[in-house]
Design a protein. Sequence first.
Length: 256
Amino acid sequence: MKKIIAFFIAFALFLGLCGCGEGAAKEKKGLQVGFGRADVTPNFSVNVAGGDTRNRESTGFKDPILVTCVALGIGNDTFLIYTMDYFLTENVYTQPAEELITAATGISADQIIMNSTHTHSGPAISYAYDSTIRYRDTFNKAAVKVAQAAIEDMTAAQAYGSNVDAEGLAFVRHYEMENGTFAGANYGSFSGTIKGHAYEGDDDIQVIRFAREGKKDVVLLSNPAHATFVGGTDLSADIAYPVRDHIEKNTDCLVA
């Protein structure tokens, strides 16, 4: 959380949303943005995260599993924002990668933000299974590679933000029952008559587009939903893959 707060404070300062002295403004460098991506689809069977991970071994893949890094030069600082086709990212498992990134780039762990797409069909990296421990080395090496590529790719950019209501995108899998109990995922079995959904789904998609000089634009997008469309034992980025693919084929953008 401290990393995220530090990043947004720095970004706000850069954009002039917070007060800063005239001298400080003169010292600031312009916004720089770079992009790096690696295919980290394993060539061996791994545990698939989401659902019954222990008994779910991959049998192939539907689409590539990707690790993407966006490097943001804000003022005199550089931040690395990762988007990874994994179920979740816990600090205890990503810390070794962050240490390798720091050693290779000089960027401190406090300025590295790792996010997962929360696909329920991606390789498990946050468990102690044999295949997970073996695969984690693939992730660590890729994390360094894409950081270096993103830093090398950095160029001047302008940032634009938007919020889109994709009505009908979210489905609430938690229900309130007539007897006052709750049912559905993480709540247990149904008992009685369904009164309705426990809360409203969030259909909003947040988008930040970095328009770069002489290079493809970079897009960060976010939607707070579980990626559970695919299922099965074939690895997949789930909904993140067709979204990225569609945008990149129809615009001059790279999507993280």
